[in-house]
Design a protein around this ligand. Structure first.
Ligand code: SF4
Length: 281
């Protein structure tokens, strides 16, 4: 049976993107190819906030501190925190997922497979998980990805088979949070139009950029041009930076106004005002 290293598994309200407001189970896989230490920092500077947290002081995710700069889900990829993320088989993951649902069966809830970067190491394991009898009533799934990972031939075949067997049975979404220079990641590593355009053949895909300044908006415009030139047709969302409320409320209105100006979609981060973006929300 397949196994996946799981950082978090919890039930909440989706706070971002297309399914904002929908009750959702979040399966956060461990591992990421990026660090995104630039978020919330001056250009060219890297956050040390997560590096200064002593992993030995924490026994579970819910007690971990929040950070206001850098990646807000740092413990889902930083090897120093790997002891908090068990390796579980897909049978027990499927049972645990359904156990989080209020009626212990799928109704209107949707599944979010997030990270870390969920398409980095676990594509081979998803068919086992998603074919599990406990997942039979699940209708909508989102992969929250940074858009750098190509789909494997086996996973594409699986998704395609699914679609051609019953196109109405399940809807797949790729929520692509492509990383702009404000993340601290290099453009050539982070903006991968050929990868993201291919996702559109296997589900609905959209771009979601984290923005705090007009300079970020210009970067998003340049990125969108590159994605469009490659044939990407999906919608564009922009979302305010801010894993903590103090930062989020500084720029959410400005980002909403940028979205209106551009004719792009605004994505909130409902988990910040609703739940203070605590781990497990
Ligand atoms: S891609 Fe996402 S999970 Fe990975 S480091 Fe960046 S913000 Fe964090």
């Amino acid at each position: 049976m397949s196994k996946i290293k799981i950082a978090e598994l919890f039930y909440s309200i989706q706070g971002e993107g297309r399914y904002m407001g929908v009750p959702s189970v979040f399966l956060r896989t461990f591992g990421c190819n990026f660090k995104c230490a630039g978020f919330g920092m001056a250009r060219g500077e890297n956050s040390e906030e997560a590096n200064n947290i002593n992993p030995d002081l924490y026994k579970d995710y819910n007690s971990l501190p929040l950070v206001s700069t850098g990646c807000d889900s740092y413990a889902s990829w930083d090897p120093r925190f790997k002891h908090l993320s068990p390796v579980l088989d897909t049978d027990s993951i499927a049972h645990s997922i359904v156990d989080t649902l209020p009626h212990k069966e799928w109704r209107d809830e949707h599944l979010v497979i997030t990270g870390g970067e969920p398409l980095l190491g676990w594509q081979k394991q998803y068919p086992d998980l998603l074919n599990h009898p406990k997942m039979a009533g699940l209708k909508e799934i989102t992969f929250e990805t940074n858009g750098t990972q190509k789909l494997s031939e086996e996973f594409k075949e699986y998704l395609q088979g699914w679609y051609y067997t019953d196109p109405l049975a399940r809807e797949i979404t790729f929520s692509v949070s492509a990383k702009l220079p404000c993340s601290g990641e290099a453009w050539s590593d982070a903006i991968c139009p050929e990868v993201v355009t291919e996702y559109e053949g296997y589900g609905t895909a959209y771009l979601k950029f984290v923005i705090s300044t007009e300079e970020d908006l210009k970067d998003a415009e340049r990125a969108v041009e590159e994605f469009r030139a490659r044939g990407f047709t999906g919608p564009v969302y922009i979302m305010p930076v801010g894993g903590v409320e103090r930062v989020y409320t500084l720029n959410n209105r400005a980002v909403a106004e940028m979205a209106m100006r551009k004719g792009w979609r605004y994505s909130d981060r409902l988990q910040v005002p609703l739940f203070k973006n605590e781990w497990g929300t």
